[in-house]
Write a protein that binds this ligand. Structure first.
Ligand SMILES: *[C@@H]1O[C@H](CO)[C@@H](O)[C@H](O)[C@H]1NC(C)=O
Ligand SMILES: *[C@@H]1O[C@H](CO)[C@@H](O)[C@H](O)[C@H]1NC(C)=O
Ligand SMILES: *[C@@H]1O[C@H](CO)[C@@H](O)[C@H](O)[C@H]1NC(C)=O
Ligand SMILES: *[C@@H]1O[C@H](CO)[C@@H](O)[C@H](O)[C@H]1NC(C)=O
Ligand SMILES: *[C@@H]1O[C@H](CO)[C@@H](O)[C@H](O)[C@H]1NC(C)=O
Ligand SMILES: *[C@@H]1O[C@H](CO)[C@@H](O)[C@H](O)[C@H]1NC(C)=O
Length: 940
C-alpha cells in the first residue's frame, strides 16, 4: 500500500499522462480528510484560556433506528482567570435543552442522612445564574454568568442536549446499516469519527487537542446490541426492558478526537494464541464477514509487539477493539484510542501497512498528542515514517509502492516547479508531509538507527499522557544524539529539520572535483526543474545538508554517517578524494531528499562503471538515483543531455524494476518535449531498442507468484512500447478491438481492456477510429458515463493523424453535433495539448475557422478561452513560436477574454524554444551515435 496519497495521485496522473495528456488533473480530486481538516483548522480560533476542562462525565443515548440521539455532559472546569464568560465548542445543529453552572463550595455530610454509621456525602453548591448563545457562524457557544467566577475555583457545567446521527457520511456520531443475509432484516449500528474536530458535533466540549482530560462514558444501548468504547466496561444496569446503561471506566487523559464508541450487533474474534500480559484484542465485523478476518489478529499482535519495543512503552490501554465497518465512507480509518474503524476491504486486504499506521497513532497522537494543528503535521509525518519503518521490519516483505522512492520522486517534481503545488492546499499539505517523513528517514540514517530509536523513546517517556510541540521531538533527538555522540557540536536537530521543513523547496548539490589536487567543491542551491528558473530570493535558501559520500576505491554503502555537514553554507571544500580514475557518489540511497550533480568526468566514470558486471556493487536505489538525477538535471538545463543519456546505457543489462522506475518518466517527459521535432522519430527508435529486450524477457503474460514489481515493469514497458508503435503490441490491441467491432450490439458494452484502446486509436485504421467515434455518438444513457469519458479522451488524445482530430473538431465545433456537450468539447481541447500533432492541428483549425469558431463561442467565454489556451500555449519550437506570433499579429484585437492567454503563451514558447535550440542538437547527435552502433538491432 502506498504511504502517501500524493504518491498515488502523481502515479495515477503519470499513468494517465502516459496514456493521455498532462492536463488530465482530475485524478487529484480526492483529498484526504486529514488535509482538508488540517487546512481549515489552521484558522480555527483558539478558545479563550480563562476556563480549562478537568474531566467529562458523558452520557449518550443514540436511537439507531430513528437516527437521533440525546445526551448529557458534566464538565468539571477550573477557572484560571476571573471571568463571567465560558466558551465551549458546540456545533449549531446540536440542540441544547438545558444548561447550568455550579460551584461546589464544600463537601458536607448530608444532614438528612438516616443511617448513622455511614454519613451520606452532600454538596454545598452555589448555582450561577447563566444564559448561553450560539456564536454566529461558528461551532461555539458562549455561556454568560451573572456573577464573576473567581480565579482558582472549580466549576461544574451540566448540559443536556440532543442531535441527529449522521446518515450518509462517516462523521461525528453516525449510523449506518447492512442487511443480515439470514433474516433479511436491516441491522443498524452507531459509531464515531471525531477526527480532527468533530467531537463538537456530538457534545459540547473544549474540542482542542491541547486539552487532554479523562472522560467517563455511559451509553444507553438497546438490549440486543453491544457497546464498545475506549475503555473496558465498568458496570451495566438495565432499568427497563428495552434499554441497558453501560458505564465504562474512566479513560486516561485523552484528547476529544481520541474519544470513540461503537454500538452494534457485530461478532468478534479473539486471537487464539495470546500470552499472558497481552492486551485484550478483539476484531469485530458483521457475522457473515468475520471469517475473512482470521489473519488480522496475527498482524496486529506482531505490529503491537514491535511498536511496544520501539517506543519502550507498552500499549497504553487495557483493550484494543478493531472494527471492519460496512459502508465506511471516510477516506482514512478513524484513529481514535483503543478503537480502530476500517473499511471492510481495507482490513481484509493483503499486507499490514494500514493496520500498522493506525497502531502507531495509538502512541503518537493518542498517548502523546500534538498540542495544536500545526504540530499535527509533524505528528502525521512521523507516524508515516514509523509505519514504514515497522512495516519493513515486520511486514511480509511488503514493498508498498517502493517506499520511499516513488514518494521521493513525486516531491522532487513538486518542489522544483516554478509554483509548487499550484494553488492546491491539499497537495501542499501532502507534499510537505511527505518531505517531513523523508527528513525523519534522513535523521535515522545520519544519526544512526539506534540513536533515532532511543531519541524517540526519550520523547515518548517525556510526553506520554501529555501534549507536545514539534520542537519536543527535535529536542529529544538532539539530546540523544549528544549522549551517543552521533551529532557533532554545535549542530542541533532542530536547526537541521527546520531548514528542510519550513521551505517549499529542496536543494540540489553540485560536486565539482579537482582531479589534480584530489579535492572537490560542493555547492548547494535551490533545485528548480521547470523553466524559467526565475524564482525570487533564491540566494536566501540554504539547508543543513549531510554529506554522505561513497568512493569507488573503498566502496561501502552501509556507512551512512555524514563525512561532514554543510551548515547552511553555500559552498564547502572536500579534501582527500580518491584518485582521478575513481568515481565518488554523494547522497547514496537517497539518504536525504536532494539530487546531486557532478562534473562530466565523474558522471562518465559512473556511466562506464554501471555498464560493467560490477554494476550491482552499487545498490539498486542508488543506481536509480544516478539515472534519475542525471536526466532530470539535463531536463532542467543543468547537465548536458549527452552525459545524461549515457547514464541510460547500463539499462541494456539491468533487470531490476527499481532501477527502471525513473526511465518511464524520462520517456514520457522528454518524449513530450521533443515530439514536434524530427528528433522524435529517432527517440522512439531508441525507446524501442531500450524496452524491447526487457519486455521480451519479461514475457507478455504474468507468471505465477511473480512480485508486484515485475508485473509493474511489464505493464509499464508494454504501455511505452505500444506508444512507440511496437508491432506485436499494436496487433494484440487490434485483435482485442476487433471483437468489439464484430459484436452484435456494440453499444451494449465495451469488451476491450482500456490498455488496448489508445494504441488502436493511435496506430490503427480509419475504420477502427470511426467505430470508436460512433460508439460515443450512440452511447446509451444507461451505461456508465466514465466509460464514455475514457473513450472520448482516447479518441481525442491518442491519434497520430491530423485528419482524425480535424474530423472530431468538425463534428463537435463546426457542426455542433448534439451528442457532444460543452464539457465534452472542453475535454477534447485539453486532451489535444498532450501531443504536438494534437495541438498543431487544433491551432490550424482555429486559424482557418477563426470567424466561425469565434461566433460559436460568443456566449461561451470558457470554451473560447479553452480553445485559445490549448491551441497556443504548448508549442516548443521556433516554428511554433512563429505560427503563434503570426496569429497574434493577424488577430491582435480579436482575442477578447483570451488576450492574456496568448501573451503568456508567447512567453512560455520562447522559453521552451530556447530549451529546444540548446538541447535538441545534443540529443539528436547522441541518438545518431546510439542508433548507428545498434544498427543491427533496428530492424526488430
Ligand atoms: C428521534 O426521532 C424520532 C422519530 O423522528 C422522534 O419521534 C423522537 O422524538 C426523536 N427523539 C429525540 C430525542 O429527538
Ligand atoms: C468533578 O467535580 C465534582 C464536584 O466538584 C467532583 O465530585 C468530582 O469528583 C469531579 N470529577 C472529577 C473527575 O474530577
Ligand atoms: C438522518 O436521517 C434521519 C431520518 O431520516 C433524519 O431525521 C436526520 O436529519 C438525518 N441526519 C442528518 C445528520 O442528516
Ligand atoms: C489459531 O487460528 C488459526 C487460524 O484460524 C489456525 O490456523 C491456528 O491453528 C490456530 N492456532 C491454535 C493454537 O489454535
Ligand atoms: C523476506 O525476504 C527475505 C529475503 O528475501 C526472506 O529470507 C524472508 O524469509 C522473507 N520473509 C517473509 C516473511 O516472507
Ligand atoms: C535507518 O537507518 C539505518 C542505518 O542507520 C538503515 O540501515 C535502516 O535501513 C534505516 N531504516 C529506515 C526505515 O530508514
Amino acid at each position: 500500500m502506498p504511504p502517501s496519497r500524493l504518491t498515488d495521485i502523481l502515479r495515477t496522473s503519470l499513468m494517465l499522462a502516459v496514456l493521455l495528456t498532462p492536463l488530465s488533473v482530475t485524478a487529484r480530486n480526492r483529498r484526504s480528510i486529514d488535509l482538508i481538516a488540517a487546512h481549515t483548522l489552521i484558522s480555527d480560533t483558539k478558545l479563550p484560556t480563562e476556563v480549562t476542562p478537568n474531566a467529562y462525565e458523558l452520557k449518550l443515548h443514540p436511537y439507531p433506528e430513528q437516527g437521533n440521539f440525546t445526551g448529557e455532559v458534566n464538565i468539571n472546569v477550573t477557572v484560571q482567570q476571573k471571568t463571567k464568560k465560558i466558551v465551549l465548542h458546540k456545533h449549531p445543529d446540536l440542540e441544547v435543552e438545558s444548561l447550568s453552572v455550579f460551584q461546589i463550595l464544600a463537601v458536607v455530610e448530608d444532614p438528612k442522612s438516616d443511617s448513622p454509621g455511614s454519613p451520606k456525602v452532600g454538596y454545598n453548591v452555589f448555582a450561577f445564574q447563566s444564559k448561553w448563545e450560539q456564536v454566529k457562524k461558528q461551532s461555539m457557544m458562549n455561556v454568560m454568568l451573572n456573577d464573576h467566577a473567581n480565579s482558582g475555583v472549580e466549576l461544574r457545567i451540566n448540559i443536556k442536549f440532543r442531535g441527529y446521527l449522521f446518515n450518509e457520511t462517516t462523521e461525528g456520531l453516525f449510523r449506518s446499516s447492512y442487511v443480515d443475509p439470514e433474516t433479511k432484516t436491516t441491522k443498524w449500528f452507531v459509531a464515531t469519527f471525531m477526527r480532527p474536530n468533530l467531537a463538537r458535533n456530538v457534545f459540547p466540549c473544549f474540542d482542542e487537542p491541547g486539552y487532554k482530560v479523562p472522560i467517563q462514558l455511559t451509553v444507553v444501548r438497546p438490549r440486543h446490541m453491544t457497546a464498545v468504547a475506549n475503555m473496558p466496561l465498568e458496570s451495566s444496569t438495565d432499568p427497563n426492558q428495552y434499554w441497558v446503561y453501560d458505564t465504562f471506566q474512566w479513560t486516561p487523559p485523552i484528547a476529544t478526537f481520541s474519544f470513540a464508541l461503537v454500538v452494534s450487533e457485530f461478532s468478534y474474534l479473539v486471537p487464539n494464541d495470546t500470552d499472558d500480559g497481552d492486551i485484550k484484542l478483539r476484531i469485530w465485523a458483521r457475522p457473515d464477514f468475520i471469517q475473512t478476518l482470521v489473519n488480522v489478529s496475527g498482524k496486529v499482535t506482531r505490529s503491537v509487539r514491535f511498536l511496544e519495543d520501539f517506543w519502550g512503552v507498552p500499549y497504553p490501554l487495557p483493550e484494543l477493539n478493531i472494527f471492519a465497518l460496512p459502508n465506511y465512507q471516510a477516506t482514512r480509518p478513524a484513529d481514535s484510542w483503543g478503537i480502530l474503524l476500517f473499511k471492510e476491504s481495507e482490513i481484509s486486504g493483503k499486507g499490514s501497512w494500514h493496520l500498522t499506521q493506525e497502531l502507531v497513532y495509538q502512541w503518537l497522537g493518542s498517548l502523546a498528542t500534538p498540542f495544536w494543528w500545526s504540530d499535527a503535521h509533524i505528528n502525521n509525518a512521523l507516524v508515516r515514517y514509523i509505519t514504514a519503518y515497522t512495516t519493513l521490519k515486520v511486514g511480509d516483505n511488503e514493498t508498498f509502492n517502493n517506499w520511499p522512492m516513488t514518494m521521493l520522486y513525486s516531491i522532487y517534481y513538486e518542489f522544483s516547479k516554478r509554483y509548487p503545488h499550484g494553488k492546491s492546499t491539499a497537495i501542499k499539505q501532502d507534499s510537505t508531509s511527505a518531505k517531513t517523513e523523508l527528513v525523519f528517514r534522513m535523521l535515522n540514517y545520519t544519526i544512526g538507527e539506534s540513536t533515532f530509536r532511543h531519541g524517540m523513546q526519550r520523547f515518548m517517556a517525556d510526553r506520554q499522557y501529555k501534549t507536545f510541540f514539534g520542537d519536543d521531538i527535535w529536542l529529544s533527538l538532539t539530546e540523544q544524539a549528544r549522549f551517543d555522540k552521533t551529532l557533532p557540536e554545535p549542530i542541533t536537530i532542530n536547526e537541521i529539520a527546520g531548514s528542510w521543513i519550513t521551505k517549499d523547496r529542496l536543494p540540489v548539490v553540485t560536486v565539482t572535483r579537482d582531479y589534480d589536487k584530489g579535492t572537490a567543491t560542493m555547492k548547494q542551491r535551490v533545485y528548480l526543474r521547470e523553466r524559467p528558473h526565475d524564482v525570487p530570493d533564491q540566494e536566501k535558501f540554504l539547508w543543513w545538508i549531510p554529506v554522505v559520500l561513497v568512493r569507488e576505491d573503498k566502496m561501502n554503502f552501509r556507512n551512512s554517517t555524514p563525512l561532514v555537514w554543510m551548515m547552511k553554507e553555500r559552498e564547502i571544500k572536500l579534501e582527500d578524494l580518491p584518485s582521478a580514475d575513481k568515481f565518488v557518489i554523494v547522497n547514496p540511497e537517497e539518504i536525504s531528499p536532494f539530487p546531486v550533480n557532478y562534473d562530466t568526468r565523474n558522471w562518465n566514470m559512473l556511466a562506464s562503471f554501471l555498464c560493467t558486471d560490477q554494476r550491482t556493487k552499487i545498490p539498486v536505489n542508488t543506481r536509480a538515483k544516478l539515472l534519475h538525477d542525471a536526466w532530470n538535471l539535463a531536463y532542467a538545463g543543468d547537465l548536458s543531455f549527452a552525459t545524461a543519456l549515457n547514464m541510460t546505457l547500463f539499462l541494456r543489462d539491468e533487470r531490476e524494476y527499481l532501477a527502471w522506475d525513473p526511465v518511464f518518466t524520462l520517456i514520457d517527459h522528454i518524449g513530450k518535449h521533443i515530439d514536434s521535432s524530427a528528433v522524435h522519430k529517432k527517440f522512439q527508435t531508441y525507446v524501442r531498442l531500450l524496452l524491447t529486450p526487457l519486455y521480451e524477457e519479461l514475457g507478455s503474460e504474468p507468471q505465477d507468484g511473480e512480485c508486484e514489481g515485475r508485473a509493474h515493469l511489464r505493464s509499464s514497458s508494454k504501455i511505452f512500447l505500444c506508444q512507440t508503435g511496437y508491432k506485436p503490441c499494436i496487433e494484440e490491441a487490434q485483435r482485442a478491438f476487433k471483437k468489439w467491432m464484430e459484436s452484435g450490439d456494440p453499444d451494449e458494452g465495451n469488451p476491450v481492456a482500456n490498455q488496448y484502446i489508445c494504441p488502436v486509436f493511435k496506430w490503427g485504421s480509419k475504420e477502427e477510429w470511426e467505430f470508436g467515434l460512433q460508439r460515443i455518438i450512440n452511447f446509451p444513457a444507461g451505461r456508465k458515463p466514465s466509460e464514455r469519458t475514457y473513450l472520448l479522451k482516447t479518441l481525442a488524445g491518442c491519434p497520430n493523424d491530423s485528419w482524425k482530430i480535424e474530423r472530431l473538431l468538425n463534428i463537435t465545433v463546426l457542426e455542433q453535433n448534439g451528442n457532444f456537450t460543452d464539457n465534452d468539447v472542453y475535454l477534447i481541447f485539453s486532451m489535444l495539448t498532450g501531443g504536438a500533432n494534437g495541438y498543431t492541428t487544433l491551432f490550424n483549425f482555429l486559424r482557418s475557422n477563426w470567424d466561425v469558431v469565434k461566433s460559436r463561442f460568443e456566449e461561451k467565454p470558457m470554451l473560447w478561452n479553452s480553445i485559445v489556451t490549448s491551441a497556443t500555449t504548448v508549442f516548443k519550437t521556433q516554428e511554433g513560436l512563429d505560427m503563434v506570433n503570426e496569429l497574434y499579429v493577424e488577430r491582435q484585437t480579436e482575442f477578447g477574454n483570451a488576450d492574456f492567454v496568448i501573451e503568456k503563451a508567447l512567453k512560455n514558447i520562447k522559453e521552451e524554444t530556447k530549451w529546444s535550440n540548446e538541447n535538441l542538437p545534443v540529443i539528436e547527435k547522441w541518438l545518431d551515435g546510439y542508433l548507428s552502433s545498434n544498427s543491427e538491432r533496428i530492424g526488430a
